[in-house]
Design a protein around this ligand. Structure first.
Ligand code: ADP
Length: 359
């Protein structure tokens, strides 16, 4: 059947691209239905162990309406936070080995980005998101190495809202920050962002609480503001080899991106329109950068947004990137889901065809 032939071709193409793109991984996470959502219909079929997801256009019958997407992994609605984190553990180790690592959550508002990165509100240890688990691991591994390497860990937390960087750990509340365009190889820097030395994951959790509080200032509701800004928690580590005195540096960026939903341009005006334009611009700049990296392009367009400038050192080179692409399961999200999956396709560096019917 042609449909399967196309799937086969797509799989082959995907595997070839996988070899190329190396240190960029994309995991798709489908959140469960929430109370009140229509659970009877969904437009998504997925394989739990082959990384495949098929999105069905509710307006088109049969195979014409089906489109295949491939990921390094698809995490279904029943995937636990623990399961989600398992694939990240090697990345945490890499940070302590001196790599720069970026972990992103991308998707429309309400698709589970914050759930994945932080966890639900008032989370118990079992529902902890990536951030807390990563920190726990980071301190755990660094302690296990204390006879050979002494680590220093520090934390920064910033937010990018309307292409303006805010320091979330400033003692005087959220503060605007400038960006320095230092020469290569250092890339851009945000020299004035508050940096706190920390000794345990509970220190970091306390700081993240302060950051979260600063983030909500000026917003009518935390959710509103947080869905329209990117938040970046950065953990810097510096290790000194106790025998040789050699030092290594690594960084872990935990990025909860602004909601990717398209704002109706005819309806949005003023602040909303401006926010939408800034979000659009920075998310597509991020897509362009990761795409260029996956293609091993000589020129990588870091300059096009604050987000890509801030993360320049940790995207590309020997850095490692993991992106969670978050999607809603319900039919009414079809259009947004399609646009999210198209973004994922771009950052994966491969665009697969429509799963064609027999002809
Ligand atoms: P976003 O950050 O993308 O706006 P949230 O993380 O706030 O989305 O998720 C929206 C709602 O869905 C929240 O109530 C959240 O607790 C719930 N949710 C998201 N993902 C899951 C999941 N995997 N399991 C259970 N509830 C989830």
């Amino acid at each position: 059947e042609n449909y399967h032939a196309t799937l086969e071709e797509n799989r082959k193409l995907f595997n070839e691209v996988q070899e190329l793109k190396g240190n960029i991984r994309v995991h798709c996470r489908i959140r469960p239905f929430l109370p009140g959502e229509d659970q009877t219909s969904t437009t998504i079929e997925y394989g739990s162990d082959n990384g495949e997801l098929i999105l069905e256009n509710p307006g088109k019958q049969g195979k014409e309406g089906k489109k295949l997407f491939k990921f390094n992994k698809v995490l279904g609605p029943s995937a636990s936070q623990d399961e989600v984190f398992k694939d990240i553990q090697p990345l945490i180790r890499s940070v302590l080995d001196g790599y720069n690592v970026c972990i992103f959550a991308y998707g429309q508002t309400g698709s589970g980005k914050t759930y994945t990165m932080t966890g639900p509100e008032n989370a118990t240890e079992m529902d902890w998101g990536v951030n807390y688990r990563a920190l726990n691991d980071l301190f755990h591994i660094s302690l296990s190495r204390r006879d050979t390497i002494m680590y220093e860990v520090s934390v920064q937390m910033i937010e990018i809202y309307n292409e303006q960087i805010h320091d979330l750990l400033s003692t005087s509340g959220s503060k605007k920050l400038g960006i320095l365009n230092a020469s290569q190889p250092n890339g851009f820097a945000v020299p004035d962002a508050t940096k706190h030395l920390v000794n345990s994951s509970s220190d970091v959790i306390e700081l993240m609480g302060i950051g979260l509080k600063n983030r909500s200032i000026g917003a009518t509701a935390l959710n509103e503001r947080s869905s329209r800004s990117h938040s970046i928690v950065t953990i810097h580590i510096q290790g000194v080899d106790l025998k040789t005195g050699a030092t290594l540096r690594g960084a872990l960026h935990l990025v909860d991106l602004a909601g990717s939903e398209r704002v109706d341009r005819s309806a949005a005006t003023g602040d909303r329109l401006k926010e939408a334009q800034h979000i659009n611009k920075s998310l597509s700049a991020l897509g362009d950068v990761i795409f260029s990296l996956s293609q091993k392009n000589a020129h990588v367009p870091y300059r096009n947004s604050k987000l890509t400038q801030v993360l320049q050192n940790s995207l590309g080179g020997h850095a490692k990137t993991l992106m969670f692409v978050q999607i809603n399961p319900d039919v009414s999200s079809y259009a947004e889901t399609l646009s999210t999956l198209k973004f994922a396709e771009r950052v994966s560096g491969v665009e697969l065809g429509v799963a064609k019917s027999n002809k």
